[in-house]
Design a protein around this ligand. Structure first.
Ligand SMILES: C[S@@+](CC[C@H](N)C(=O)[O-])C[C@H]1O[C@@H](n2cnc3c(N)ncnc32)[C@H](O)[C@@H]1O
Length: 189
């Protein structure tokens, strides 16, 4: 199943960090693309492209003025994350069986009613209000299990080797290092 995330109603002044975190969350947990609506934000797009260049994998960010065309023309299934939906741990059992592209819609301040109607599933993570980032992370984990945490990101300049103490970062062709094309830097802080 491929996953695309549709983020509604981005406001550059108020949502810059939140939208960045949401998009990075989508990428890290295996979405292949984020489409966002609201106000176009070249700085947001640049910051995501720069993360992809540094950390690898293929991931696209796209702006569209309205969610309507995206939802109407989606060739697959649609989940809308909202605190009013079906419980995520129950709905995800059904959603993870699909063999079609999945669009996960996450809101901004006010979600128009047509999003609720256009979704195949309105899904809630806990039925309590929290954040689009936490809702997306938990739902993507429910869908994919621990595979959500193990996606590969080939072609990046930076790669972390998990380390119980300190930082272990491999730098491809980096300026830092010890003069070789592939260097390893270990830091204790
Ligand atoms: C600030 S919240 C607005 C809450 C909104 N009234 C709603 O319908 O969930 C922004 C977005 O976070 C997500 N969200 C917040 N709490 C959620 C929950 N418990 N389950 C799923 N998504 C949630 C939704 O995508 C929502 O549109």
């Amino acid at each position: 199943m491929t996953i695309t995330v549709l983020r509604l109603g981005h406001r550059p002044q108020r949502d810059k960090r939140l939208s960045t975190h949401l998009i990075l969350c989508a990428r890290a947990l295996g979405a292949e693309k984020v489409i966002y609506t609201g106000m176009r934000d070249p700085r947001l797009e640049e910051s995501i492209v720069s993360v992809v260049n540094e950390w690898g994998g293929s991931f696209d960010i796209e702006y569209t003025a309205s969610h309507r065309g995206v939802i109407r023309n989606w060739d697959g299934k649609i989940v809308h994350l909202t605190m009013y939906g079906l419980q995520a741990h129950e709905a995800s059992r059904e959603v993870k069986e699909i063999d079609e592209p999945l669009l996960i819609v996450v809101g901004g301040a006010k979600v128009p009613w047509d999003v609720y109607e256009g979704a195949d599933w309105n899904v809630s993570v806990t039925t309590q209000p929290h954040s689009e980032v936490s809702a997306l992370a938990i739902f993507m984990h429910l869908l994919q299990g621990d595979m959500a945490l193990q996606h590969e990101f080939p072609g990046g300049r930076l790669k972390i080797t998990p380390n119980p103490k300190g930082k272990d970062v491999e730098i491809e062709g980096g300026r830092r290092g010890r003069g070789s094309a592939k260097t390893k830097s270990s830091e204790s802080t």
